[in-house]
Design a protein. Structure first.
Length: 169
């Protein structure tokens, strides 16, 4: 079994019993992988993106324990170290782990997006969050216009939410 899928299984173990969060990261992974492949990421970039997609919210548990909050701010603080603890034993190299930690620390920051992997992770997370959080049409259009940059991410949003058709502006 490859290390990406071992990451998925370890994240399921880490989030044991939390069906909503396990479903969330598996959906984010699916969209991230789809967007990454369609946008032409190479195999190394895709591996980093997939591992980051599975682990992007790893900081939630510790944030809730330490701060009583699952806010993105706290996730980005607590997530990188938790991810390193999970990824090191799986045999990932330091360069990959460092990039994944960086992506985790940035996935709720929407300016100065550094790299296609970061852009795609943010888009995939938004695709899933829009549905899970029952976002209004007006907010969906705003997110579409402000966040989405990849052609694949935009197409997915237009297909899921026809309100985005012609919304670019």
């Amino acid at each position: 079994m490859d290390k990406v899928y071992k990451t998925a299984l370890e994240m399921c173990r880490y989030m044991k019993g939390d069906v909503n969060r396990i479903n969330h990261f598996t959906k984010v992974h699916g969209y991230a992988k789809m967007i990454g492949e369609c946008e032409g990421l190479d195999s190394r970039e895709l591996e980093i993106l997939e591992v980051a997609a599975y682990t992007h919210d790893i900081g939630i548990k510790l944030s809730e324990q330490k701060y009583g909050s699952s806010s993105g701010y706290y996730q980005q603080i607590e997530g990188p170290a938790e991810a390193e603890k999970l990824l090191k034993p799986l045999g990932f190299d330091d360069e990959l782990i460092d990039r994944v930690k960086y992506l985790i620390s940035r996935h709720h920051k929407y300016s100065n997006i550094d790299g296609a992997d970061c852009q795609i992770l943010i888009e995939a997370d938004f695709i899933v969050n829009v549905f899970e959080d029952n976002i209004s049409d007006e907010t969906i259009i705003d997110i579409y216009n402000k966040i989405f940059k990849t052609e694949t991410g935009k197409a997915i949003m237009r297909n899921l939410y026809p309100v985005c058709e012609g919304a670019e502006g």
